[in-house]
Design a protein around this ligand. Structure first.
Ligand code: PHE
Length: 336
């Protein structure tokens, strides 16, 4: 029986050293030391022994039980402490994304427009958003009984003071402060009492343009704008000039670009015309020159005003202008 105990000890210790995880060690403990285990199986036959042998075998059985039990405890503890040690990494957890800011799509478009015009010789300037009626309307040859000056379109802050309804008053500021030649682009916000719907907003960005010198003609304007359209929208983009009316330009024109979404075939974005209006424009009215102290006999020039939000909608295929105002990160993140 002593030999059986030693065999059991040797096998047990070997198996315990090889046990690969806590579960395997627990199974060994049951197999060797459990109530119905191998050690109990041997000790059951203790009664067969004589009075002298019994205590010897009993002591040896206790020694084997303790030795094997100790090794199993030690091995199990090493697994537990390995599991506790160090960072627990759950590889199935989704990663944490770093929060990134981005440039608003309208700002992207404004910067790109101004960059193109800088290459064409235009400086970038700014003007006040709170204007007098004089600059917003009168200097621009717009009588106060013109529909544009109506209370329904204009935010009046007080008598004679308004939120500018367009960036055109900056034309007057620039010409009053600089002698010709003048070539500027003026990005900025404008305000109108329009209902907020899919294609209108009460506060919106504009980019004004103005070029004045001796001998500037409508042909210069057409060439400059066509070049701008090719650079901004691509070489295949077509430009169309349509007669229009503004009090501060004569003649006046609206500029259309072949729809970027349907490539001119007609779609809901261009109301099935194949064209998208991108700006109002024209040759600066002689009265405006007189109002700012330029000699209308000597100087000519062109001016234009475009809506970068509309252009952003065309460029990015946006169905609703309100997307540009809602600060929804799921939308804005696309423009990082
Ligand atoms: N100010 C005009 C508008 O807001 C656009 C425009 C600018 C037209 C310059 C002609 C010349 O509609």
């Amino acid at each position: 029986m002593l030999a059986q105990l030693r065999d059991l000890e040797r096998e047990g210790l070997e198996a315990a050293r090889a046990g690969g995880d806590a579960g395997a060690l627990e199974a060994l403990r049951t197999e060797y030391l459990g109530r119905k285990g191998r050690l109990t199986g041997i000790l059951r036959r203790l009664g067969e022994l004589g009075a002298e042998e019994k205590p010897v075998v009993g002591a040896e059985a206790n020694r084997v039980k303790e030795a094997l039990g100790a090794l199993l405890d030690e091995r199990a503890a090493s697994f537990a402490s390995a599991a506790d040690a160090g960072p627990r990494i759950d590889l199935s957890l989704p990663g944490r994304r770093r929060w990134e800011g981005g440039v608003h799509p309208v700002t992207l478009v404004i910067d790109e427009i101004c960059d193109i015009f800088r290459d064409l010789g235009f400086s970038r300037v700014a003007g006040p958003e709170v204007e007098t009626v004089e600059y917003n309307f009168s200097k621009l040859n717009t009588p106060l009984d013109h529909p544009a000056a109506d209370m329904h379109d204009t935010f009046y802050l007080s008598d004679g003071v308004v939120l500018r309804t367009h960036t055109s008053p900056v034309q007057a500021h620039v010409m009053e402060n600089h002698a010709p030649p003048v070539r500027v682009v003026v990005p900025g916000m404008a305000y109108r009492r329009d209902p907020f719907d899919a294609s209108h907003a009460p506060a919106f960005a504009q980019v004004e343009g103005l070029a004045v010198d001796e001998g500037i003609t409508f042909a210069d304007f057409k060439a400059t704008i066509s070049e701008f359209v090719r650079r901004f929208f691509g070489a295949d983009a077509k430009t169309r000039f349509r007669p229009s009316f503004f009090p501060f330009t004569e003649p006046s024109a609206e500029v259309d670009v072949s729809c970027r979404i349907c490539r001119g075939a007609g779609c809901s974005a261009c109301k099935h015309t194949g064209w998208m209006e991108i700006m109002g424009s024209g040759m600066v009215h002689p009265s405006v020159f007189t109002n700012v102290g330029y000699d209308p006999e000597k100087y000519t020039g062109y001016a234009f005003g475009m809506g970068p939000a509309r252009i952003a909608m065309q460029r990015y295929g946006l169905p609703d202008i309100r997307l540009l105002y809602e600060s929804d990160m799921r939308f804005l993140r696309q423009f990082v």
